[in-house]
Design a protein around this ligand. Sequence first.
Ligand code: PLP
Length: 404
Amino acid sequence: MVGCNRYLDPMDKKQKRSIVRRTQIPASVSRPVVTPLMPSVVYASKSADQLDDQYEGRLEGYTYAREGHPNATVLAQKIDLLENVNDGLITSSGMGAITAMLMATLKSGDHIVAADQLYGRSLRLMTYDLPRLGIQTSFVDPTDRTAIEAAIGPKTRMLFFEVVSNPTLRISDMRAIADLARKYQILQVVDNTFTTPAAYQPVDFKADIIIHSVTKLLGGHSDVTLGYVVASDSDLQKQIYDAAVTWGFTPSPFDCWLAERGLHSFPLRFEKAQSNARVLADSLGECQGVEKVIYPGRQDHPDFELAKTVLGENPGNMVSFRLSGGREAANRLIRAMPEVPFAPTLGDVATTLSHPASSSHRGLSADERLALGITEGFFRVSVGIEDAEMLCEEFRSAVSATLN
Ligand code: PLP
């Protein structure tokens, strides 16, 4: 048979008896062009001495998948390339990355200053879970340098911010955040999920720690749940690695394999999704029935100038808008576009629609939501890479269906 040397012999009685034993893969002078999937939980070393050398760092080698495996390494190194960093770590989810990072860096008595519009679970972690461990958080407006500085106290160890807030798409003053972190010698942590390294490079703003939910734009196909975390300081990264391994935030090799596959097209996907977002934002802006379009690339965005300094020419693929007509109109819009999944996620190749009042922000009172500008007619669109004209037509016709 072409390409396959015989490595098991049907005449060999010993081999027949030991069918349960693992064999080596057939030798080949050619190599696979696709990264092999390696689901092995354990890796066999040649001797106890060799294992010693591996654990002491004198030899490179895998031992146990919770401590690392090839598919996670390949994926981490590719995201490292995008972020201009070294030695990033893949975790089982974005929340796993955040939790490992917090467990590695903070102790009882410490204090965090964080944005008041973080991803819902991050907010919840800091509001309900960390206080049980004696860690308090002050939430501040990320666009307001004075408010951020005023919240920093003697026990503050960390500034935790996202670059673009969800779902109102406000822009954090990242330069001020970077300056304050340096001034007070505290960690600057950036969750770069929404922006991605294509739009924002935290290392350029001296971030100490970068987080990603790889589940979103980096994976890009809504078929993996993964996270990524990297610290610029290698000792800190080692502590985060140890926390992730101990607390068990291990990523699945298959998820890493899928995400690496998704990552190959990330630059192209981002470019097309962002270009679609610009077109859709302007198209929605002209629709009767749309009260307000929120897109950082539009001049009417409250942080338009700040967005240019933070994101340059990359306002991203997320567009929010407020429909008039309240919940009734919102339901009509969702029903009028069954091909655009109404799903609380973002970053898929295809456009998805989310309604914060009934999903991510349902835990807030109506007044609290209104204070953020989140009405019953508020939608957040994660724009995908479809044909732009088709997308605009779908939205235009769905918005007009809400008027009847
Ligand atoms: N950070 C941000 C900004 C997110 O949007 C999300 C999820 O939507 C997460 C973190 C958590 O990621 P995961 O769902 O992979 O745990």
